[in-house]
Write a protein that binds this ligand. Structure first.
Ligand code: ASP
Length: 325
């Protein structure tokens, strides 16, 4: 039987009601006890590095999860991480960059309702996560949720309440878990040794454009972020009014990295399509194309921690786990 380490980090799945709303309070042992069928799938062990609503999860927690997996990689056949759904897509993306080419599956899951509620999705999600994690065909970093197996670099939370909370953006689900068995749509098994990274640069900023926004926002950004992601409109562009282009050029001349992405959920950016976007390429900006915002942010944090100059652009466009097409 496969040995799987449950890394419990909090979220709704581990929450109980308090006077001020739900808050994480359930231990990993209690979680496992709620899903007895896991015993038939795997030998489960557990650790709880923190017990947080995922709103409170930050890059140092991603590094902590990655450190636990690296330290205990030899002991286990796979890892299941229970996590709040709100920032799970960021954690999944971050782990996809921090732990690459992992032959052993690293599976994130959570739920929309606490494990103790009668109509919860927690028990199914946890059982599915273990079933997928224990399967010989599984490897790499994925989210298992509502029966879907989604690449860590492709996941986005697209519903705040429904059980099908996560969507694989511009990439198919890689598998489905049905009646406790994975069915692979895109079989991909990593072999060989994993590559672990140990740092992230946190000074990445996301700016969402709205019509009429003042470019004075650069007064704030100039001395701060090393990388700026601009969530612009449609296929991507910058307003011709308000001195945006001059402020952006000055920002780039300070050696900053700027990535254009889109506010539209699907089909990505295409800066060359319209004049409002094509003129930006000459300034030296990058574009996220089909990458999710979560993957874009985490890839920049990962790259800025070790790369500089032209290498950042080259590596940004080098695919990791199908993050960019
Ligand atoms: N606020 C919760 C969290 O992200 C939501 C959830 O887990 O579904 O921790």
């Amino acid at each position: 039987m496969k040995k799987i380490l449950l890394i419990a980090t909090g979220g709704t799945i581990a929450s109980k009601p308090t006077k001020h709303g739900l808050a994480p309070a359930i231990s990993p042992k209690e979680l496992l006890a709620c899903v007895p069928e896991i015993e038939k799938t795997a030998e489960a062990f557990e650790v709880q590095p923190f017990n947080l609503d995922s709103t409170n999860v930050s890059p140092r927690h991603w590094l902590e999860i990655a450190r636990i997996i690296e330290e205990r990689y030899g002991e286990f056949d796979g890892f299941v991480i229970t996590h709040g759904t709100d920032t799970m897509a960021y954690t999944a993306a971050a782990l996809s960059y921090l732990i690459q080419n992992s032959a052993k599956p690293i599976v994130l899951t959570g739920s929309q309702k606490s494990v103790y509620l009668r109509d919860t999705d927690a028990r199914k999600n946890l059982a599915d996560a273990f079933a997928y994690c224990a399967d010989d065909g599984a490897s790499g970093v994925h989210i298992v949720f509502d029966g879907s197996v989604i690449l860590g670099t492709r996941a986005k939370k697209t519903r705040t309440r429904s059980f099908n909370a996560f969507t694989s953006i511009d990439f198919p689900d890689v598998a489905a878990v049905r009646d406790g068995k994975p069915f692979y749509y895109i079989p991909q098994k990593y072999t060989g040794d994993p590559v672990f990274y140990h740092s992230l640069a946190e000074d990445v900023f996301v700016l969402k454009l709205i019509p009429g926004l003042s470019s004075d926002v650069f007064d704030y950004l100039d001395g701060r972020a090393r990388a700026l992601v601009i969530e612009s409109f449609g296929t991507g562009g910058l307003p011709a009014y308000g001195g945006w282009e001059a402020r952006l050029s000055a920002y780039l001349k300070r050696g900053k990295t700027v990535v254009f992405t889109t506010q539209v959920e699907r089909e990505g950016s295409a800066l060359d399509k319209y004049e409002v976007g094509s003129r930006l390429k000459g300034l030296g900006v990058l574009e996220a194309r089909s990458m999710t915002l979560e993957a874009t942010v985490c890839k920049l944090m990962w790259l800025l921690s070790f790369a500089a100059g032209d290498d950042i652009g080259r590596l940004f466009y080098t695919p990791v786990d199908h993050d960019i097409l």
